[in-house]
Ligand binder design. Sequence first.
Ligand SMILES: Nc1ncnc2c1ncn2[C@@H]1O[C@H](COP(=O)(O)OP(=O)(O)O)[C@@H](O)[C@H]1O
Ligand SMILES: Nc1ccn([C@@H]2O[C@H](COP(=O)(O)OP(=O)(O)O)[C@@H](O)[C@H]2O)c(=O)n1
Length: 441
Amino acid sequence: MLHPSRLARLTLLPRSLSAMAAPPAGCSGQARPCFAVEGPGSDLVCFTLSDSEGASGSGRPGPRCFVPAPGRCYSLCVPATPSVPAARLHRRLQQRLRQGPFGRCRVLGLLCYGAQAALEKGFLIQDPQGGPETERALEELLRGLGELPPPLGVYEAGELGELWQCLWALRGPGGRELLRRARVVAVEEPPLHPAVPGLRHAAVFHSLEAARSVVEQCTSLIPEATAVLDLVDKCPKHSKKGEFPVIVIEGLDATGKTTVTQSVKDSLNALLLRSPPACISQWRKTFDDEPTLIRRAFYALGNYIVASEIAKASTESPVVVDRYWHSTAAYAIATEISGKVQNLPPTHHEVYQWPEDLLKPDLVLLLTVSPEERIRRLQGRGLEKTEEETELEANSLFRQKVEESYKRMENPGCQEVDASPSREEVLRTVLHLIKKHCGSL
Ligand SMILES: Nc1ncnc2c1ncn2[C@@H]1O[C@H](COP(=O)(O)OP(=O)(O)O)[C@@H](O)[C@H]1O
Ligand SMILES: Nc1ccn([C@@H]2O[C@H](COP(=O)(O)OP(=O)(O)O)[C@@H](O)[C@H]2O)c(=O)n1
């Protein structure tokens, strides 16, 4: 359970995060918070709250589709502060909303700007049947979080067809207080996806220290976190590359990375490494089940461990690496940015830049195949699919966002290789590029 004093602290944003707290341009100047509902389609549906009474008040009519007639609609949000307790609270709510009385509801991701324009993350819960059960269950869920539970938003249609939000603070056993009642008014989708400004704090880590401090916050909650930190701390800091070339192979699952890295290893007499490294692979499942903040910090630390392995190995032979920082960043960006490819951070954005303290490879090759060929290869391989792989298959938008994020990476960027031809031809192309970029081997 989250201690109330901790919950209160979560609402205070550190100064460095003030940029992340700014409401999107489409919502600036609004006294009331803005909301953006994510999915299930590729568009964000954005709305804000207005003081004006009645259906003829300012702004476009509220997004009525939120409240399924004759059903009801609710929202709950928690601070998006990139802290382990906040991330775990969000995850806990997400898991609870998949169970029991919420089974009949549609649950959509919600991003909003709360007090002092601080970004909050939460859920819009659409109950198609209405009735008191869902509201009762939500209250119970929130009260179970401690003495200062996040408020509950209840949406209802007015007599003139307008949409209202009532925000309730839950007090004492069974008590509640109306914090505000305001009209819901649709606004334009902001030019920048609301999750973009926070990416560098919540999902894409640009220094060992940033990732390390997240995993350090987990040591009392996740026993494996201490073991990961022990391994990281044993690695020399600021590893430097040896004289032999270091080649990274990136790409979506089943694009041929394992096949190519193995053949390059044999052809060049190279050492083959992979990220995450074998020494932390046994804890992958544990961290994959954690919220983004923790999961991505784990993979980021894996890259620093691999960096020290690369540094050592590249003094003796060429090194080929199966996935590295670009994978960690591209998957993190694609999972955090909902909706269409256009919602990704713009090209040259800071999230696409290589971390200054991480050993840089000489060459990064991005293997690409058509979605159809990828699925054929996945099926041919016949291995059990991970949750993320299943999502990739189901969600071609997600796949496009991962691939586009890879392509936007800079310093070093990824050089694309069409991996659709035969294994032999792909290997020839890859060896040719290595020779061109890294000289004679
Ligand atoms: N060029 C290729 N043509 C046809 N099949 C390929 C080719 N490269 C790899 N495969 C097959 O596709 C599947 C996925 O390849 P793999 O190297 O395991 O991809 P990844 O490591 O990127 O997940 C494997 O069954 C592999 O044998
Ligand atoms: N360097 C890395 C490697 C993997 N990952 C994560 O691990 C997943 C893929 O790993 P995997 O071992 O299944 O990769 P393949 O076997 O498909 O090459 C991605 O979806 C990423 O979420 C990461 O974040 N950073």
